[in-house]
Design a protein around this ligand. Structure first.
Ligand code: GDP
Ligand code: MG
Length: 262
């Protein structure tokens, strides 16, 4: 899909500084991201300026011990519409949930601080949101997706095992773990309201809950390149993900495949 039918937004018109009334809020979960964050936020802001909508960026930081928060302040001082929200619960899932349940925008999405999916893909997600889809998921595995730089072999192996174990919950979704997902805000509030998975497996609970609620859900292909500096520790985080999966399998009801086109 090509977003070129969208009108160019006048780059001289500043984006709003507050996230309270905009069309799209983009959340960036960040933990110790002082090195990777600035180019990502800059690229996202530049991309958002080209789209015919009002938008804001929000970094969700849970207690980074580096200068992530100062980095956001510096970006904001340079005129980029970015704010930072703290989150007392640890984990990527907890951070994204915190942003989603507090968003005041019409649509909300999240993307990783390393911009593994280029910012240009926001236009594709936006077109689907404008078509009325409630849940719009970037996918590295559906038709049209590309992975110019793949993950290291150990992560790929873990990913294959994860997909095998999670088929029942993910249903027709080809890629549950891509860090590039968008929601109609009310759908996001329902899905994230009392989500229990706070770590890297949270996406799976999000998808399972969206399917249980019968929300309309679709995937779109993205270009995704593995980036240096991953915070995922294969053994420690892998064990935690396994525990999260075990709990999800025991506690989540079997989703009803309604209104899906994935
Ligand atoms: N707020 C917050 N963000 C996190 C945490 N763990 C990971 N993230 C963010 O989640 C995103 C994806 O993490 P990344 O290290 O790139 O993992 P990978 O792409 O799966 O190897 C990045 O934006 C991280 O900063 C966490 O505990 N808290
Ligand atoms: Mg990454």
């Amino acid at each position: 899909m090509n977003p070129t039918h969208m009108a160019e937004r006048d780059a001289s018109v500043p984006l709003p500084a507050s996230a309270t009334t905009c069309d799209l809020e983009l959340l960036i979960p960040a933990y110790n991201e002082e090195r990777r964050l600035a180019p990502t936020v800059t690229a996202l802001a530049e991309q958002l300026r080209t789209l015919p909508l009002t938008a804001a960026l929000r970094v969700i930081d849970n207690g980074s011990s580096d200068r992530t928060a100062e980095c956001v302040d510096r970006l904001a001082a340079s005129g980029i519409p970015v704010t930072v929200t703290g989150c007392s619960r640890r984990g990527k899932g907890a951070a994204v949930a915190r942003g989603m349940v507090t968003t005041r925008a019409r649509w909300a999405g999240f993307c990783d601080a390393d911009l593994a999916t280029p910012a240009a893909a926001i236009g594709d997600a936006l077109a689907l949101l404008q078509d009325g889809w409630q849940v719009v998921l970037g996918s590295r595995r559906c038709a049209g997706a590309r992975m110019p730089v793949r993950q290291p072999a150990l992560r790929r192996l873990g990913g294959a095992g994860f997909r095998l174990l999670t088929r029942r919950l993910s249903g027709p979704v080809t890629d549950t773990q891509c860090g590039f997902k968008f929601f109609e805000a009310e759908a996001a509030r329902r899905v994230f309201a009392d989500i229990r998975t706070t770590g890297f497996a949270f996406d799976l609970e999000v998808i399972a809950r969206a399917r249980v609620f019968g929300l309309t859900l679709t995937e779109f292909p993205v270009v995704w390149s593995d980036q240096e500096g991953s915070s995922f520790r294969p053994f420690a985080d892998g064990r935690r993900v396994a525990g999260e999966l075990w709990r999800l399998h025991r506690t989540l009801p079997r989703p009803v495949p309604a209104g899906e086109a994935a």
